[in-house]
Design a protein around this ligand. Structure first.
Ligand code: SF4
Ligand code: SF4
Length: 326
């Protein structure tokens, strides 16, 4: 992620981090590390930690976990070896602290996807080039999750994000914390709260097929009441969108969502150009523009734009843009 202040609801609420750190300190562990890892080498990790509030909330325990990496073998059909954070790999106990959010590519971003953060900086964006569908990307995310399965997951659902997450959705007050030692069950509960069926989400389908956890909420032991959040907007909410997602790509391949720049918000900082893993985003005239042929719809540009200037169009708008030659 890029540098987003806590009120944007993009990154984990600093109050959650501080509460966890303060609780852990009571047990006097040898060392506590609050790890963060930006999505791009073009961002200063310390600056991001200050803006997100993680630095102060870490109470002296902050570390850029991408500063030291090691190569590990990975069971994956996409890649044999990966660089991951040494700190994460060598930690005795990992508490994964994701946020309750939607995601335009993977529908949800939660505990499983948060472990993508063990991949150093810009290497995350490059991994998008290894796969060509949401299902394949989900497979890769679960491959990475399996490198080091977290011991405990504590989800910040105080202020969640609905709609066009993970950065440009709307904040939603939920006022909950959700915790589990199983990330798959935790994400399934989050999906149900969003009004989604866990077995329709690729990430959860892959994890279930690998026997990594239960995704049927009726088989998950839950303390507390599990309720769908009224009016929660998911990335693919409408019936027409669902039909379009299922049918249109097979007919015209028109459904590929290509980001569009909002010229009123763009400050021409070029971060979107720097993070694009396939060099699809380039200046065209004064402003950046995505090349439709090259773009792989990974939305890394959207995740890193500090000014919310990237629009991910609806399927109707996307078809209109394509017809206009954009
Ligand atoms: S779209 Fe965002 S990231 Fe790209 S140049 Fe404009 S402000 Fe910067
Ligand atoms: S322009 Fe396309 S490929 Fe490049 S970062 Fe954005 S969504 Fe990904």
């Amino acid at each position: 992620m890029g540098p987003f202040p806590p009120e944007r609801g993009v990154t984990t609420d600093p109050r959650v981090i501080l509460a966890i750190v303060q609780e852990l300190k009571k047990y006097k562990p040898k060392e506590i590390i609050v790890g963060d890892n930006s999505g791009s080498i073009h961002f200063d990790p310390l600056k991001i930690a200050k803006i997100t509030g993680i630095l102060d909330a870490s109470d002296g325990c902050y570390s850029n976990i991408a500063r030291e990496v090691l190569k590990v073998k990975v069971e994956s059909k996409f890649i044999d070896e990966l660089f991951i954070s040494r700190i994460v790999k060598e930690a005795d106990y990992i508490i994964n602290v994701p946020k309750f959010k939607t995601h335009m590519l993977t529908t949800i971003t939660g505990a499983i996807k948060n472990m993508f953060g063990i991949i150093p900086g810009g290497k995350k964006a490059q991994l998008h080039t290894l796969n060509r569908s949401t299902y394949e990307f989900a497979e890769l995310l679960v491959d990475i999750y399996q490198i080091r399965i977290p011991d405990l997951n504590i989800m910040d659902a105080i202020i969640g994000m609905e709609g066009a997450g993970p950065t440009n959705g709307k904040t939603k007050i939920i006022n909950k914390m959700i915790s589990s030692d199983n990330a798959i069950s935790l994400d399934s509960v989050m999906a149900v709260m969003m009004g989604l069926k866990p077995d329709t989400i690729e990430l959860l389908q892959v994890a279930k097929d690998r026997n990594l956890g239960e995704i049927d909420a009726s088989n998950i032991s839950i303390d507390g009441e599990l309720k769908v959040i009224s009016g929660f907007k998911t990335p693919h909410n409408g019936l027409l969108q669902k039909i379009a997602k299922a049918v249109v790509p097979h007919v015209f391949n028109f459904n590929k969502v290509i980001p569009v720049i909002d010229h009123n918000k763009c400050k021409i900082c070029k971060k979107c150009i720097e993070v694009c893993p396939v060099s699809a985003m380039n200046l065209k005239g004064k402003y950046p523009e995505a090349d439709r042929k090259r773009c792989i719809s990974c939305f890394c540009c959207d995740e890193h734009c500090p000014y919310g200037a990237i629009i991910l169009p609806s399927w109707q708008q996307n078809i209109f843009n394509r017809l206009k030659g954009k």
